[in-house]
Design a protein. Structure first.
Length: 320
């Protein structure tokens, strides 16, 4: 194996079940990466040891030297202090000084932020929003996370809690979100919501749902958003209808974002964004219906560059 270049930053992406870690060069290229199990339901120290294990596994060779460690950790957290507060997906950590503990072990600068903020910064520095000054980033998957970057810096707000765009409500009478509010875009348009709408249509119109049911191996209860995406790719009309309904929800939300922030680019990442990419032109063209901003239709709506590696790149971007 060829030696890794020097001047690297180590990016760490912590999830509820796994840790992704990678070495990233100053141009944003991920030169090595690994996956490692996360221990989220044990003690705080067990969770920390899992992080150490991922870092050590990646940097065990003598030829590797890194200059800083950037960590994407589940929120809520305090990006100023690097303290993880009370993340539901990693219950082992409560008011846990993650940045301090990692810095004590590796004697390197350490920064911690949430995944969407960090991914927004990576896309601004190296990815789809490179050269832009006012960036809105959204990752659509199991949930919806967002990040805002102004003039190359993450906008954290007064207390570090800014950027929760996934919990902007578009229907005050809508379903109750996991956060407790009604009608958040996350509860309406994330992957589980697409799956729920698909299951309802399969039950109501089984004759139109043959392709989706085939992909779900005939089990209507197991229909999920990925089956809708696969059926749409095969030209299925019902799958297209389900995705168009998702677009109908996302466009007013993006219109609110544009009127609030006036970004010069909208970047969308995550699995749901990838399945909706064929609708991006339509979404952009419909923005003027939902915006006061006279330049709404001129704002690019693009797919994120880093995809599944957004957390690794994002962690590194925090220290770049």
């Amino acid at each position: 194996m060829n030696p890794a270049p020097q001047g690297l930053i180590l990016g760490v992406d912590i999830g509820g079940t796994k840790i992704a870690a990678g070495l990233v060069d100053r141009a944003g290229k991920i030169v090595r990466q690994i996956r490692h199990p996360m221990v989220a339901n044990g003690s705080a120290e067990a969770g920390l040891e899992a992080v150490f294990g991922a870092i050590d596994a990646l940097s065990s060779s003598r030829d590797i030297a890194f200059e800083a460690i950037g960590i994407c950790a589940p929120g809520p957290l305090d990006p100023k202090t690097g303290v993880v507060l009370n993340p539901p997906n990693v219950p082992c950590w409560r008011n846990f000084p993650l940045a301090q503990r990692v810095a004590e072990k590796y004697r390197q600068p350490v920064k911690v932020d949430n995944d969407a903020n960090a991914a927004a910064l990576a896309e601004t520095r190296w990815g789809a929003a490179r050269g832009c000054h006012y960036v809105f980033y959204a990752t659509l998957g199991t949930g919806i996370g967002t990040g805002i970057v102004f003039d190359g810096r993450i906008y954290h707000g007064n207390t570090g809690s800014a950027g929760e765009g996934g919990h902007v409500s578009i229907d005050y009478r809508g379903p109750v979100c996991h956060c407790g509010k009604r009608g958040c875009i996350e509860i309406l348009a994330a992957g589980p919501a697409i799956g729920m709408r698909a299951r309802a249509k399969v039950a109501a119109e089984p004759a139109r749902a043959a392709k989706i049911l085939e992909l779900a191996k005939g089990n209507a209860a197991s229909v999920a958003s990925e089956h809708v995406a696969q059926a749409y790719a095969a030209g299925d009309p019902l799958a297209r209808e389900i995705l168009e309904e998702t677009v109908d929800l996302l466009v007013p939300w993006l219109g609110n974002i544009v009127d609030l922030l006036d970004p010069d680019i909208l970047v969308m990442g995550g699995g749901v964004s990838a399945m909706l990419q064929p609708f991006f032109v339509e979404m952009k063209d419909r923005l003027p219906e939902w915006c006061l901003n006279p330049h709404a239709q001129d704002i690019p709506l693009v797919l994120a560059h880093y995809g599944a590696d957004a957390g690794i790149a994002g962690g590194a971007a925090l220290c770049a």
